[in-house]
Design a protein around this ligand. Structure first.
Ligand code: GN1
Ligand code: MG
Length: 372
C-alpha cells in the first residue's frame, strides 16, 4: 500500500493534505508511525496556529464502513472534551480532534475511492515501541485507565461497531481453521511449532467470550488497540498525555484492552523482535502498568473483572499470535508486511510471550491479587 502511495507521489499527498489545511499552507508530508493497517502521514503547515496534523488513509479492506469510525470518533471525543471541561484534571491530558476539510466534511474521498481523514497531532509529544523503565510502565497504565475512566459514563450502545469480530478470539480461531484447510504452505520447524501451539489452546480461546455470554463481564466501551506506541508522552515531562489510534473505540470488553496493553508493554524486546529465544513477559513491568491503570480505573471494576485479568493477558497475546499466523497462512492479506515471513515471525513472538505468561501464572495472579 505504501508502494502505491509512493507512485502517487508527494505532490499528490500534498494535494490531499491541503483538503484539510484550514489554516496555512502544507510544507511537508512524511510517513509517520509504524501502523500495520492504515497509512499514516505527519503533515507540516506554515501556520502558527496549527503546525502539524496527522493524515491517514483508512484501509477500507479492514474497516468496511470508515464513516462509522468518524461518527464514533466525533461522538466520544466530544463526550470526553465536555467531561474534561466540567471536571478538569490536574495534569496535561489531550484528546485528538477530528479535523474537517475545507468543505466541512470529516473525511475526503480521493479519485480512486481512498478514504482520507485528518486528526490533530498532540504537539510536543512522542511515542515509543518498547518500554523504557518502570515509570514509563506506570504512565502507560495510567493512560489506559484514564482513557477508560473518561468514557466509562458513555453508554456503549452509543457507538457503532467499526470492526465486527474484533477481539472475538473464537472467530479468529474459526478463520484460522478455514485458511489452514486451504493453505498449501510447506511445513518447517517454525510452522509446526505454531500449528501445535494453537491446537493445544483451542478450548481456552473461548474464555472471555464465555464470561461475556454468562454475564460475568459487561459490555463496555474500549479502545481496542492500546499498545505501547499508541500512548503519547509529553517530551518535556515524560508523562503520558494522550491515547491515540481511535478507530477501534467501540463496544467490547475492557479486558481486551487490559490484555493488549500488558502483552504489548511487558514484552521488553517489542513485537517486531526476531530474537525469539529472548522473548519474555516482564512481571515487574506488569506490576507497574497495573498500578498505573488501577490508580484511575478502580472505581468501575468489579470482582469478576479482577478474576479475568490474568486470562485476558494470556488470551490477547495468544490471539494476536493466532491473527498473525492465520494471516501468514492466508498470504499476508490483513497486516502490512516487510517480507513474506514477517507475519510468521510476529506470530512466534506472541506465542513465546504467551508461553512466558503461562509459565508465570502464579506470580501474575499474585500481582493482581495484591494490587486489588
Ligand atoms: C494492528 O495498525 P495498528 O498497528 O495500529 C491491529 C491491532 C494489533 C496491532 C499489532 C485494526 O494495529 O489489533 O494489535 O496491529 N489493528 C487492527 O501491532 O487489526
Ligand atoms: Mg491500531
Amino acid at each position: 500500500m505504501i508502494k502505491e502511495l509512493n507512485t502517487q507521489g508527494t505532490e499528490n499527498l500534498v494535494a490531499i493534505a491541503d483538503q484539510f489545511a484550514q489554516q496555512g499552507k502544507v510544507t511537508d508530508v512524511k510517513a509517520f508511525g509504524s501502523g500495520n493497517i492504515n497509512d499514516t502521514f505527519l503533515v507540516t503547515l506554515d501556520s502558527l496556529e496549527l503546525q502539524h496534523f496527522v493524515l491517514q488513509r483508512i484501509n477500507t479492506q479492514v474497516f468496511r464502513q470508515p464513516q462509522l469510525i468518524m461518527q464514533n470518533m466525533c461522538m466520544f471525543t466530544e463526550h470526553v472534551r465536555k467531561r474534561l471541561q466540567s471536571t478538569p484534571l490536574n495534569r496535561r491530558w489531550e484528546v485528538p480532534r477530528v479535523l474537517l476539510t475545507k468543505n466541512a466534511q470529516d473525511h475526503w474521498k480521493d479519485v480512486d475511492g481512498s478514504f482520507w481523514r485528518a486528526i490533530s497531532f498532540i504537539e510536543g509529544s512522542q511515542s515509543f515501541d518498547t518500554m523504557h523503565d518502570r515509570s514509563h510502565a506506570q504512565e502507560i497504565g495510567y493512560a489506559l485507565g484514564m482513557f477508560h475512566n473518561l468514557i466509562s459514563d458513555l453508554p456503549p450502545e452509543k457507538l457503532a461497531d467499526t470492526l465486527e469480530g474484533f477481539h472475538i478470539t473464537p472467530l479468529y480461531l474459526q478463520h484460522y481453521e478455514e485458511v489452514l484447510a486451504i493453505s498449501n504452505v510447506s511445513k518447517n520447524i517454525e510452522i509446526n511449532y505454531c500449528l501445535q501451539f494453537v491446537s493445544d489452546r483451542q478450548i481456552f480461546a473461548h474464555i472471555l467470550e464465555n464470561a461475556k455470554a454468562e454475564g460475568k463481564l459487561p459490555l463496555r466501551l474500549m479502545h481496542g488497540d492500546p499498545k505501547i506506541n499508541n500512548v503519547m508522552f509529553d517530551i518535556a515531562t515524560q508523562q503520558a498525555v494522550s491515547v491515540i489510534d481511535l478507530d477501534t473505540v467501540k463496544p467490547g470488553l475492557v479486558h481486551y484492552d487490559i490484555g493488549d496493553c500488558l502483552r504489548s508493554g511487558c514484552n521488553p524486546g517489542g513485537e517486531e523482535t526476531e530474537k525469539w529465544e529472548n522473548v519474555y513477559f516482564d512481571t515487574d513491568l506488569c506490576k507497574e502498568i497495573l498500578a498505573g491503570y488501577l490508580g484511575v480505573a478502580k472505581a468501575f471494576l468489579t470482582d469478576n473483572d479482577y478474576a479475568y485479568i490474568y486470562d485476558a493477558i494470556r488470551l490477547i497475546a495468544f490471539e494476536l499470535g493466532l491473527r498473525f499466523f492465520a494471516d501468514y497462512l492466508a498470504g499476508n492479506v490483513y497486516f502490512k508486511v516487510k517480507h513474506p515471513e514477517h507475519n510468521l515471525a510476529r506470530a512466534i513472538v506472541q506465542f513465546k510471550l504467551t508461553e512466558s505468561i503461562e509459565s508465570q501464572e502464579i506470580q501474575i495472579r499474585k500481582i493482581i491479587k495484591d494490587i486489588k
